[in-house]
Write a protein that binds this ligand. Structure first.
Ligand code: DC
Length: 212
């Protein structure tokens, strides 16, 4: 069983993906953390995320330590991740790892849940993959991200978080490769006004319907 969850930032993909993985006993991969790790590595080594050669080098040499770097969730890394994610060489370097994870989960699980932007369209487009497109209004998503950052002690304003998120989403949606869009066979899940339990239940209902 492979579940692909795509959508814009802070739409609730990660929470849903983790819950579905725990419920069905599947491996879980947050593919955004791969692009974040590339962005963080570039910033740490004082290189420019727009430098295509540097970004490709970082993507081809990711280690497991890079994936757990403490700064991965900062706004600076979010911005760098969005820039490197638009580069074809970076995406090519990360593609096989994601496909292998889905088809041969590292812990021997019977399947996997992957969340990102292009899982249902590029990484796992096959028709046997259960696909979700999870989204919410920009205001709802910015509020969620703002609360997360605030809880971590980051001094940001909600308006700034919303503006930056909007810019990054537009970059993700308009790039020439693996742009963020729903797969034609994805189930549309609007999480505006839903709590995590309601989102989980809606996803479970859909999975049960497709497997009936
Ligand atoms: O989901 P996230 O915010 O952690 O993603 C970080 C960046 O990586 C974001 O700009 C989108 C990009 N990304 C991508 O292009 N493809 C994926 N499968 C996952 C994330």
């Amino acid at each position: 069983m492979i579940i692909a969850i795509d959508g814009p930032a802070a739409a609730g993909k990660g929470t849903l993906a983790r819950r579905l993985a725990a419920h069905f006993g599947l491996a879980f991969l947050d593919t955004g953390s791969l692009y974040r790790a590339v962005g963080a590595k570039i910033l740490r080594t004082k290189q420019d995320p727009r430098d295509v050669v540097a970004a490709q080098g970082a993507a081809e040499n990711l280690s497991s330590d890079d994936l757990t770097a403490p700064e991965l969730r900062t706004e600076a890394v979010s911005e760098a991740a969005s820039i490197v994610a638009a580069q074809p060489a970076v995406r090519a370097a990360l593609l096989e790892f994601q496909r292998n994870f889905a088809r041969r989960p590292p812990g021997g699980e019977t399947g996997a849940v992957l969340d990102g932007r292009d899982i249902g369209t590029v990484v796992c487009p096959e028709p046997d993959v259960i696909k979700f497109f999870v989204h919410a209004s920009l205001a709802a998503r910015a509020r969620r991200r703002f609360k997360e950052l605030q809880a971590r002690g980051d001094s940001v304003t909600e308006a700034r978080v919303q503006q930056d998120m909007d810019e990054r989403d537009k970059r993700d949606m308009s790039r020439g490769i693996a742009a963020l869009k729903p797969a034609s066979d994805a189930y549309d899940l609007d999480t505006t006004g839903l709590n995590p339990d309601q989102v989980f239940q809606a996803a479970l209902d859909h999975i049960q319907r497709t497997r009936a």
